[in-house]
Design a protein around this ligand. Structure first.
Ligand code: FE2
Length: 144
């Protein structure tokens, strides 16, 4: 399979673990910032549900096959899962770290798709990247 497919598969796996992590944080966040963080985590997983859908569909458009099972996703993902509830600050730090890695992985995908002259994938990934850079800036501001 080509590099674009490889990059999109990795992103699908990482994004799926990240999506579930944001849901877990939405369920378990506590503390003074409960209301704003509970809502922010929901906004994050809602956005990533859309991104995952678009990434998987792009893989099909490109003539490939997305990962079809959670077992395949878990085997492939490099984003770490959480098993325990974290405190609110650690949750935001975790999300910022994961989002930074995802943005880097998206940039790898853009480079691969440019090399393979796949404009549809480049456009999709750049759109996702720009939204997520903005989210990253806002969440990083919360940590200062
Ligand atoms: Fe909810």
């Amino acid at each position: 399979m080509n590099q674009t497919h490889e990059r999109l598969t990795q992103l699908q796996a990482d994004a799926t673990v990240f999506y579930h992590k944001a849901r877990a944080f939405h369920w378990t966040v506590t503390g003074e910032r409960f209301f704003s963080l509970h809502e922010q985590f929901e906004a994050i997983y809602t956005r990533w549900a859309e991104h995952i859908d678009a990434l998987a569909e792009q893989m099909v458009i490109n003539g490939g096959k997305p990962l079809l099972s959670l077992t395949a996703v878990a085997k492939r993902a490099r984003i770490e899962e959480v098993e325990e509830a974290l405190d609110a600050r650690a949750m935001v730090e975790t999300i910022v770290g994961d989002l930074s890695r995802l943005v880097e992985a998206i940039n790898d995908g853009v480079r691969a798709a440019e090399k393979e002259d796949n404009r549809g994938t480049v456009n999709l990934l750049e759109g996702i990247r720009d939204q997520e850079r903005k989210a990253l800036w806002m969440l990083s501001a919360l940590l200062k």
